[in-house]
Design a binder for this molecule. Structure first.
Ligand code: AMP
Ligand code: MG
Length: 522
């Protein structure tokens, strides 16, 4: 085995409070679905662990290699607002941590490899549908530039798993993540181990994810951790809004401490824009609707803050009588609240700057909020596809790529490509005049404006109806053709669609094709 492949087990070393050893349960007849060669090379996995017979055994859970020490992680979490004190990896197990070519550490985890001590009556398995979904979605998110866990491998198990719809083919997924520490991990520590365990986990999280905080001490240290996690969440959520992503189950156990998108259960991309859009079949009240995501992330951060409060509470200067203790705690709450407020400001600022870039503005100003919101209202009112709308805005400019956006003539555009998205374009055309007026303040060339827009507005997103088609094809005929077609085509989301396939994948679903509901599939 090459010397640069040295799997480690730092999380396991935290001890049995946080994780339990567990062996994967073998599957009957593993068969390859997909293997991510590029990621394998980045992770410096030895060749025998690639798409080989040994790889198949390892990534199906049929063979536990000597370098792996499989464990299931114990965590808690608020699910749809309700605290569940004991969740944990019920159908996942961590094989090892691997340091990649760039010195970055990753968790390598099997998902669907059988029951664990945290399965709570579940079978610990995954159906093939959710595995294909997660593969396509997470790899798309990666190329879209959104922080995410990755897909290393997917293997069909040759066994059926039983879900609401009856027996469906099973599969094992290999997920690679910066770590699997969640807000729920801290809730578990707080509920079952108190401040001491929270501190242990916080120190671990700092060492692993926020080494720039290594030298901090005392209450400042844990406040800085809360702040760092909050800023990562702000960045993540603003990226979701940029690409039209709806996570669907933003429970605290699905909120990563390092700010990656994790757990793609019912996740889906917007087609027609609506701020309250929900796809998940279990999100009946719309708690995790598209535009609610920034506020929900803050709610989740508040749960993390609660866990950290004892570490934010300085030794009382005035003694340990009841009043002093209470005062010290109130100070801690005030500190945490300030971080939550800073999160709000940050997510708002990032939203404004990201959306301003999407509509081509060189420098976002506070007043641009109205222009952006008004565009979204036009899209909502006229049922327009989110991705196509922003893509077409750049087309509005490409006709004058050689000229300027300044001066009267710029306002009299030759044609309005984006208007073709509207059956009644008047509202859009009125907005467009205001937009062109505002664009004339840009100092850069039209070409640079178009390039900037193209770099944040994808043409190809992993559309729900396409994913559904690929899954149906696999379930019904066993063919992976469509899955591979999508996987490849979605690797270059920002390119101008030119081939027949790309032009087809650029299309929004017709009303009949639109996916209304997505399922966790657990
Ligand atoms: P999720 O909705 O994927 O975030 O899962 C929520 C919780 O349910 C986690 O603790 C999972 O490990 C657990 N879980 C989900 N599906 C299964 C399953 N098929 N078997 C056992 N546990 C599961
Ligand atoms: Mg989860």
């Amino acid at each position: 085995m090459p010397t640069n492949f040295r799997p480690e087990h730092s999380f396991q070393a935290l001890g049995s409070f946080f994780s339990q050893p567990v062996a994967p349960s073998p599957v009957r007849e593993p068969q390859w679905i997909a293997f991510n060669q590029t990621l394998a090379e980045q992770l410096q996995l030895p060749a025998e662990l690639h798409a080989t017979q040994t790889g198949l055994s390892v990534w199906s859970g049929n063979e536990v290699p000597s370098w792996a020490q499989p464990i299931a992680h114990a965590y808690a979490g608020h699910q749809f607002g309700n605290l569940v004190p004991q969740l944990g990896d019920g159908r996942a197990l961590l094989l090892a941590e691997v340091v990649d070519k760039h010195g970055k550490r990753w968790d390598v985890q099997l998902k669907g490899a059988g029951p664990t001590p945290f399965s709570r009556g579940g079978d610990g398995r995954s159906a093939v549908g959710p595995v294909l979904r997660e593969y396509l979605l997470s790899e798309s998110m990666f190329v879209l530039g959104v922080p995410t866990t990755r897909a290393l491998a997917a293997v069909a198990s040759g066994e059926l798993v039983f879900r609401d719809q009856g027996g469906v083919p099973g599969a094992v997924f290999t997920r690679v993540a910066s770590s699997h520490l969640r807000i729920g991990s801290f809730q578990f520590a707080s509920l079952h181990g108190g401040a001491e365990k929270v501190q242990e986990l916080a120190d671990y999280a700092i060492a692993r994810h926020y080494p720039e905080l290594a030298d901090t001490t005392g209450t400042e240290r844990y406040l800085a951790l809360l702040h760092a996690v909050a800023m990562k969440q702000a960045e993540l959520v603003s990226q979701w809004l940029r690409v039209g992503f709806i996570h669907g189950v933003m429970n605290t156990d699905n909120t990563s401490i390092c700010g990656e998108t994790i757990d793609y259960g019912p996740a889906a991309f917007l087609d027609r824009y609506h701020p309250q859009k929900v796809f998940s079949s279990i999100d009946r009240r719309g708690r995790y609707a598209f535009s609610s995501q920034p506020a929900i992330a803050q709610w989740n951060l508040a749960r993390l803050a609660e866990c950290l409060l004892p570490l934010l509470t300085a030794e009382s200067e005035h003694g340990d009588d009841e009043a002093s203790v209470k005062a010290a705690r109130e100070d801690a709450i005030a500190l945490a609240t300030r971080v939550l407020d800073a999160y709000s400001e940050q997510v708002q600022a990032l939203w404004l700057s990201t959306m301003a870039t999407k509509i081509g503005l060189e420098q976002a100003q506070a007043e641009d909020d109205e222009l952006i919101q008004d565009f979204l209202v036009v899209l909502q009112t006229h049922d327009v596809d989110y991705t196509q709308a922003f893509w077409q805005l750049a087309n509005e400019l490409s006709e004058r790529a050689g000229s300027s956006l300044q001066g009267e003539s710029a306002l009299v555009a030759p044609t309005a490509p984006a208007a073709s998205l509207f059956t009644q374009p008047e509202d859009y055309l009125a907005w467009r005049q205001r937009w062109l007026q505002r664009l004339s303040e840009n100092q850069r060339s039209v070409k640079d404006t178009i390039d900037a827009m193209r770099s944040v507005n994808p043409a190809l997103i992993p559309r729900n109806h396409r994913i559904a088609e690929a899954i149906t094809e696999v379930e019904e005929s066993g063919s992976l053709k469509r899955f591979y077609t999508l996987l490849n085509a979605w690797k270059t989301p920002y390119n101008m669609p030119t081939s027949e396939l790309e032009l087809e994948l650029y299309q929004a679903p017709s009303k009949a094709e639109e996916v209304q509901r997505t399922f966790c599939g657990t």
